[in-house]
Ligand binder design. Sequence first.
Ligand code: FES
Length: 166
Amino acid sequence: MENFEPIIVAFCCHFCAYTAADLAGTMRLQYPPNIRIIRIPCTGKVDVRHLLEAFEKGADGVYVAGCLEGDCHYLKGNFRAKKRVTLAKQILEDAGIGGDRLEMYNMSAAMGPRFAEVAREMTEKIRKLGPSPIKKSAEPKAQSAERKAESAERKAESAEGKGHSA
Ligand code: FES
């Protein structure tokens, strides 16, 4: 677990968190490279399905970062996102994946340092929680598929070798 580097997907609103991430970069603020940013027009576009799919596809942690409450350019997008995050957290908890792996944050475009802080906070938290249980259960299957592929490769190579000697 010591060498575990989590993959964290951040759904960032174009008007705030995405711009804050840009600002953090411009300010040369350090934050962990574990964050994979997905730019969205408003957090109201994020559905429960998108959040769960991120975990299915290998994320160890996910967060949604939207405008400050009352500042959403589409008025209620961030409130909708908040409700969906709460619902998805419950689903993750019930499924044994852990609701703590998902969070919602609010920030303005001017909050570059806050963006970096959230990225560090989430990375630390997910590092402590460890790899997503979805990944753990998929690992033996992936390893067995890898072994099968290696064995097929070896067979093909040995057949080739025989072909050459004949
Ligand atoms: Fe940023 Fe809606 S426009 S959360």
